[in-house]
Ligand binder design. Structure first.
Ligand SMILES: Cc1ncc(C[n+]2csc(CCOP(=O)(O)OP(=O)(O)O)c2C)c(N)n1
Length: 360
């Protein structure tokens, strides 16, 4: 498949158009109706969770957080295409992928409420904590891939980053290492148009991010990131390729961040209402919903029922988070090393004094 989608030839994988019609049957993944419905339900749940989190943040009940609206197909489609035992090394804007991997909204609220509990996933959940330093996670993923090879295991790693992240040194180091050592890593770029206010065209002179794979002699493919089927198919192929021992793959999912970069950002300062409107029509949920409705797998009642159930579930998880007393200050210092060195002890005392002064 990767040979058919040479990014230098301007090829992009799209299977379903904005009307929910299958336009490239040849590439349609083998996936049951049941699984497609499950994907849509997860995307809808992630959307409701995202909108709720933003509104809680606006009420001062969470800290600054990134918005996810518009990127649900890329997140859910890619996560559903890997196995339970595979590793996920996230950035900070793939809520749907974390949910598929076994995180819950409770984790999300804890994390963006400033608690370490947000990264304490159930035993066996191969999901690393959120990475805020841009692209640092790519080298972590390469390292995990290397250890998989070393141990002779058959798992793969998927790591996420943005178009902005592709300009960081860690992007190149991660890809280079993984390519040289044939590490089973899927480098999944969510090209959502902007790195905060910097548009994609100012990010790189290259026509695509996918073509950067060529320098590392690995496959690179650009896909329609708002098309669940394209995301699922390309990621499944990449996982199979990596699992068979061929090494890493770079996927560029072209999508759009429909919300603000974070709750501290105002996108009206750097993009037009027309552009936002255009992408609203390419919304990944709308497309998959149209597909499902055309197959009589979904209707208005299912939409309403699932919205109500999801909302109630998310609200109850938020309640649980708000009842949490918070992580003791000492934990932040204690958990890093087996024994706390003097330098950390004195930082802890300083912090305690600082908080006491603030509260006093
Ligand atoms: C190493 C580093 N430099 C700068 C920042 C500040 N920063 C936070 S998000 C961001 C833009 C990232 O854009 P992109 O990689 O396209 O991801 P997106 O936020 O669009 O998902 C920057 C520069 C950071 N978090 N880490």
């Amino acid at each position: 498949m990767f040979k058919d989608f040479d990014p230098l030839q301007g090829k992009r994988l799209e299977i379903m158009n904005i009307n929910g019609e299958i336009v490239a049957q040849k590439w349609m993944p083998k996936i049951s109706d049941e699984k497609i419905v499950e994907a849509y339900k997860t995307m809808l749940y992630a959307r409701i969770g995202d909108l709720k989190a933003v509104s809680y943040q606006r009420q001062g009940r969470l800290y600054t957080l990134p918005t996810n609206i518009g990127q649900e197909a890329a997140a859910v489609g890619s996560a559903m295409a890997i196995e339970k035992n595979d590793w996920m090394v996230p950035a900070y804007r793939e809520l749907g992928a974390w949910l598929v991997k076994g995180a819950t909204m409770r984790h999300y609220f804890y994390y963006f409420g400033g608690s370490e509990e947000g990264s304490r996933f159930p035993e066996g959940t191969r999901l690393l904590p959120v990475s805020v330093p841009i692209s640092s996670q790519l080298t972590h993923a390469a390292g995990i891939g290397h250890s998989i090879n070393y141990k002779g295991e058959k798992d793969v790693v998927i790591t996420y980053f943005g178009d902005g992240g592709s300009s960081q040194g860690d992007f190149h180091e991660g890809l280079n290492w993984a390519a040289v050592f044939n590490c089973p890593v899927i480098f999944f770029c969510n090209n959502n148009g902007y790195a905060i206010s910097l548009p994609r065209k100012k990010q790189t002179k290259a026509r695509t991010i996918a073509q950067k794979a060529i320098a590392y002699e690995i496959p690179g493919i650009q896909i329609d990131g708002n098309d669940f089927f394209a995301v699922y198919r390309a990621t499944s192929e990449a996982a199979r390729y990596a699992r068979e021992g061929h090494g890493p793959v770079l996927i560029e999912a072209v999508t759009y961040r429909r919300g603000a970069h974070t709750t501290s950002d105002d996108p009206t300062k750097y993009r037009s209402a027309e552009e936002e409107k255009e992408w609203e029509q390419k919304d990944p949920l709308l497309r998959l919903r149209k597909y499902l409705e055309s197959k009589n797998l979904w209707d208005e009642k299912s939409e309403q029922d699932h919205t109500e159930e999801s909302t109630a579930d998310i609200e109850s998880q938020f309640k649980e988070y708000e009842q949490f007393e918070g992580t003791p200050l000492e934990d932040i210092f204690k958990y890093q090393l087996e024994e706390m060195p003097d330098s950390l002890k004195s930082q802890m005392v300083d912090m305690r004094n600082f908080i006491n002064r603030k509260e006093g």
